[in-house]
Design a binder for this molecule. Structure first.
Ligand SMILES: [Zn+2]
Length: 98
């Protein structure tokens, strides 16, 4: 028990906090496309009454290997602790990865 807890605790603390990695699934061909948000540089702040929120917009495209050139537009919203609050995806769907 103690060992496992230590192991997972250690792993969880390791990944760089700076990047938020996510995946979307293309609505047309089903390709999984990975995206990355640089939490230090990509976010713009928006002041809302219940606290600041940070948002970012990304346009992703698959490899086109299946002759699909659908663009997937992703909007993400984070709170000030860089915790994901909201996702908006057009042209595809957000893939939960935990
Ligand atoms: Zn596609």
């Amino acid at each position: 028990m103690g060992f496992l807890k230590k192991l997972f605790g250690g792993l969880a603390a390791k990944p760089e906090k700076r990047y938020f990695i996510f995946q979307v699934k293309c609505k047309r061909c089903g390709e999984i496309i990975a995206g990355r948000v640089d939490l230090d540089n990509d976010l713009s702040v928006e002041y809302e009454s219940d606290g600041d929120v940070y948002h970012v917009r990304k346009v992703l495209m698959g490899t086109g290997g299946k002759y699909c050139y659908q663009q997937v537009e992703v909007g993400l919203k984070f709170n000030k602790d860089r915790k994901l609050l909201e996702t908006q995806v057009s042209g595809g769907e957000f893939v939960e990865n935990d």
